[in-house]
Design a protein around this ligand. Structure first.
Ligand SMILES: O=C(O)CCC(=O)C(=O)O
Ligand SMILES: [Fe+2]
Length: 247
C-alpha cells in the first residue's frame, strides 16, 4: 500500500491537488488499458478532441474492480480526516483526448453544476481521483489544466456569498466558476501509473493534445469520491474547503 507523505498532504491543502506517482503496477496499467480499449471499441470517438465515457457500476464493473485492486479508496483516505472514510464510487469517467487537438482552456470550471440535478442540489464531492493510463510527462498531451490554490479562493467566495451561490449559474458564467482571483494555470504532469487527486473546488479544465494522428491518445480514469456523510454537509464543506481534510 502506497503512503501519502506529509509533504503531499501539505501540497494538497495549499495547492488543491497532488500527483502521487507509481500507484498502478505495470500489470494493472496494461489491464486497465485493455479495459478502456474494449469500452472505446463499443463507443468509439468520431473525431479529434476529447471523448468521454461515463460507465455506471451497478454493483459490478471492471473499473470498480480496478479501484479496489489499486486501493484507491484507502489512498484517498490518507488525505481526509481519520474519522472519515471514502465511499466507494458508483460510476467512473473515462477521459480520452484524440490528437491532434490544439486547444487552451479560456478559464476553469467546477464539476457537478451543468446540468444541475432536478432537486437543485449541486453535485459536489470531496475530491477527484484521476488514474493516468498514459504518460503525462510532456505537456500538451491532454494534461489537465489546474489553477493552483483556487479551492481556497472559491471556498472564501462561497463563505462570503453563501453556499447556494454555487448554483447561481449566471454569476458563475462562463466556467461555471466565479470571477475570483485565479492566478496562473499549470498543466499537471507525470508518468503513466500515477494518480492525480484534486479538491472538488479546484478550478480546472481539459487541455489540448498537440501530438500527431500517429501519437497515443490520452487516457485517464476519473473517480469522483465522497467522504462518508459528504452529501449531508455539502454547504459546510464548500464554505470551509479543508473541513474534510487531514492536516
Ligand atoms: O479531460 C479531463 O481530464 C477533465 C475533464 C473534466 O474536467 C470534466 O469532465 O469535468
Ligand atoms: Fe471537470
Amino acid at each position: 500500500m502506497r503512503r501519502i507523505t506529509d509533504e503531499q498532504r501539505a501540497q494538497f491543502r495549499e495547492q488543491g491537488y497532488v500527483v502521487v506517482p507509481g500507484v498502478l503496477t505495470d500489470a494493472q496499467l496494461a489491464a486497465a488499458r485493455r479495459t478502456v480499449a474494449a469500452m472505446l471499441e463499443e463507443e468509439p470517438p468520431t473525431d479529434v478532441g476529447f471523448h468521454f465515457l461515463w460507465p455506471r457500476f451497478n454493483g459490478g464493473h471492471e473499473l470498480l474492480d480496478l479501484y479496489r485492486e489499486v486501493g484507491l479508496g484507502e489512498l484517498a483516505g490518507q488525505l481526509i480526516r481519520p474519522d472519515l472514510s471514502i465511499e466507494e464510487p458508483d460510476f467512473a469517467q473515462v477521459a480520452t483526448t484524440i490528437p491532434p487537438w490544439p486547444h487552451r482552456p479560456g478559464g476553469p470550471h467546477v464539476d457537478g453544476l451543468t446540468p444541475l440535478a432536478a432537486d437543485g442540489v449541486p453535485g459536489t464531492f470531496t475530491m477527484l481521483a484521476g488514474l493516468w493510463l498514459t504518460d503525462h510527462e510532456q505537456l500538451d498531451r491532454g494534461n489537465l489544466y489546474v489553477w493552483p490554490g483556487t479551492h481556497l479562493g472559491l471556498g472564501a467566495y462561497l463563505a462570503e456569498h453563501g453556499a447556494d451561490a454555487l448554483t447561481d449559474l449566471d454569476a458563475m458564467n462562463p466556467g461555471p466558476y466565479p470571477k475570483i482571483d485565479l492566478g496562473s494555470p499549470l498543466q499537471v504532469s507525470g508518468p503513466a501509473g500515477g494518480v492525480l487527486f484534486a479538491h472538488y473546488l479546484l478550478g480546472h479544465n481539459i487541455g489540448g493534445h498537440s501530438g500527431t494522428a500517429d501519437d497515443d491518445r490520452r487516457e485517464t480514469i476519473y473517480y469522483r469520491l465522497h467522504a462518508n456523510g459528504h452529501r449531508g454537509r455539502w454547504r459546510e464543506v464548500v464554505t470551509s474547503p479543508l473541513l474534510e481534510f487531514r492536516s
